[in-house]
Design a protein around this ligand. Structure first.
Ligand code: ZN
Length: 297
């Protein structure tokens, strides 16, 4: 009897290990957390917003510590080990150093985001430089860092803030230059996730590592067309789940309760309808602020 009990508990233990749950949560704009029961990884944390004073360059644009700390607490982001950002524009990088400072997580940087992190002059902010096409192991996640180019920000008629971040970065709105742009293949024993906040697919780079993923998380702001999204990663890597991000308006205020308006011209419903029509076998999931989406098993 005792032996059976021990054997069956081993059996259930190994079963639970064989099916570790992996979730994704979205926190507006491109801010995404991917986690299993042991590890949380955050991408593009952005809660602090730029207001008119920042745009006019009358006021410094710095991470709001009280706000970031309350979001981390409200959503139990207490197992964060790693932070990655797509590029150093403020809507992707603004709160990364603060999240690193408050959680002790490592902020994986490139030369531009490293300058932003160091500008806080806080020894509690741990950074490590990434290398193109190299992988980083964080808990059970293996994250491969891939370089891409950023689409032109056409709505402004110019290629907006496209240079590297300058060494004399001083928290002015216009100091948040783009730097390099990155996207990620996230491999877990339960499955593969492709996360790209860029709307134009970079499939050949991904094909160096895999020809199939289980989940695609992709930014839809500034996409060339609905067709480009539908014919891109979703067609080439046949994921079971597609999750659009970067569709909400990040200008002005952030509501910790999660209400938001859409980015002008983003037409989220159109791209979702197109994806559903072209890929009826796949789940197209529009994320809700802070709500868990179960990715695996
Ligand atoms: Zn962006």
């Amino acid at each position: 009897m005792f032996k059976t009990l021990i054997l069956s508990s081993f059996f259930f233990l190994s079963l639970s290990q064989a099916h570790a749950r992996v979730d994704m949560r979205w926190f507006t704009v491109a801010a995404v957390v991917i986690e299993d029961e042991k590890t949380q990884i955050m991408f593009d944390p952005m809660f602090t917003r730029a207001n008119l004073w920042h745009w006019l360059n009358f006021s410094k644009l710095k991470s709001d510590q009280a706000l970031v700390s309350s979001v981390l607490k409200d959503h139990e982001l207490n197992k964060l080990n790693a932070i990655f950002v797509s590029h150093s524009h403020f809507d992707h990088s603004i709160d990364a150093p603060m999240v690193a400072q408050l959680t002790g997580a490592t902020f994986y940087v490139d030369p531009s985001t490293k300058i932003i992190a160091e500008a806080y002059k806080n020894p509690g902010i741990k950074t490590q430089e990434v290398e193109n096409l190299k992988s980083i192991q964080v808990g059970n996640f293996k994250i491969t860092v891939m370089k891409r180019t950023h689409a032109h920000i056409r709505t402004l008629g110019i290629n907006f803030l496209k240079g590297p971040v300058s060494k004399d970065f001083d928290f002015n709105f216009y100091d948040y230059q783009m730097g390099d742009t990155w996207f990620y293949l996230i491999e877990h024993p339960e499955g593969k996730i492709l996360l790209d906040q860029g709307s134009e697919p970079f499939s050949t780079t991904v094909q160096n590592f895999t020809d199939k993923v289980d989940v695609v998380i992709q930014g839809v702001a500034n996409r060339p067309s609905d067709e480009a999204t539908s014919e891109g990663y979703v067609k080439q890597f046949s994921p079971k789940i597609f999750i659009p991000t970067h569709f909400d308006n990040f200008i002005f205020s952030f509501d910790p309760k999660g209400s938001f308006s859409y980015l002008p011209g983003v037409r989220l419903d159109d791209v979702v309808a197109r994806l559903k029509k072209d890929h009826p076998d796949k789940k197209i999931i529009v994320p809700e602020y802070g709500k868990r989406i179960q990715l695996f098993p």
